[in-house]
Design a protein around this ligand. Sequence first.
Ligand SMILES: Cc1cc2nc3c(=O)[nH]c(=O)nc-3n(C[C@H](O)[C@H](O)[C@H](O)COP(=O)(O)O)c2cc1C
Length: 342
Amino acid sequence: MIDLKTFRFHKALLLAPMEDVTDISYRLICKEMGAEMVYTEFVNSDGLVRGSKRGMSKILLSDEERPAGIQLYGNNHESMLASTDIACQLKPDVLDVNAGCWVKKVSTRGAGAGLLKDPCFMQKMVAGVVRQAAQHKVPVSVKTRIGWDADFMPIVEVAQRLESVGVKAITVHCRTRAQGHSGEPDWTWIEKVKRAVSIPIILNGGILSAHDALRAFDTTPADGIMIARGAIGRPWIFREITELLNFGSIRIKLTFEKQVAIALRHLQAHIALKGENFGVRSFRKYYSGYLKGFPNVAKLRLSLMSLSKYHEVESMLENFASQLQQDVTASLQDTQAAPLAL
Ligand SMILES: Cc1cc2nc3c(=O)[nH]c(=O)nc-3n(C[C@H](O)[C@H](O)[C@H](O)COP(=O)(O)O)c2cc1C
């Protein structure tokens, strides 16, 4: 639950910002499947200030996806303030500052997770963003990590500094910058951070299934969870989590046909955004997720990678789905016809 008026969260389910993944077509699908808040991918503040059309197109929001956040990153105070003005004109429900990106060209220049190296500078920069965003009545959140590496994990101090300048919520990716996206996330930091501040703390890192989500809520005091890779090509993870939390089991059973129908609907929206040629090609990153768990999909995935027309993808997926259905029916008939072994 998310109450935007008080900015309180309770077991909230959030879709993480992901570059080239969480465009508007995907955010809408995740929203429909139960994500309570979605975010744009991160956008460079310098680029926005220079008038980058690409940057601007990434932060456009539609009313159907709200509540939605726009995420900015940068290391330059002036650009961050000016881009805050630009982003806030689109009236996001929250403006999120990225202080967690581990990529070298971002973090070694002092942006993203690089901000963690200097908590005092991060505090000043974010304080400026909070003041600027307040002029538009937009709340500010921060997404960060537990630390730079195993020798420097300032997350508790960082959280206190951010709360003191008016940040409304913090997402903690429970890995260090040195861990990148691999390695075991350490969720025990959530409790340490919660004890130090009173704003909502969102847990991120390592939630790949509904059962992981349940474990996150059972073992930490997180006010919400944010899912990244576990949601790529698997937007129904949000619905599964909701069912598991509310009913103790996952009642929806998705057949391959249903998964294909969702994937095709997503692909159509993706194409509407990016055009057919680029849209079908850039959709390839979602196939692993959409096909996961079904037999003999490796060859299918490989074949899909070579396609660039919607109708080719559609017929390949639908043929595979109907073949799968025939195989299931045939194996059921075999089981029924088999004589009992006495
Ligand atoms: C393809 C990809 C793109 C990402 N882009 C962003 C981004 O734009 N902003 C951000 O804050 N984090 C970004 N991340 C990090 C995720 O939001 C998340 O913090 C990380 O993947 C850990 O969560 P997970 O274990 O659920 O995947 C990205 C991750 C991936 C895999």
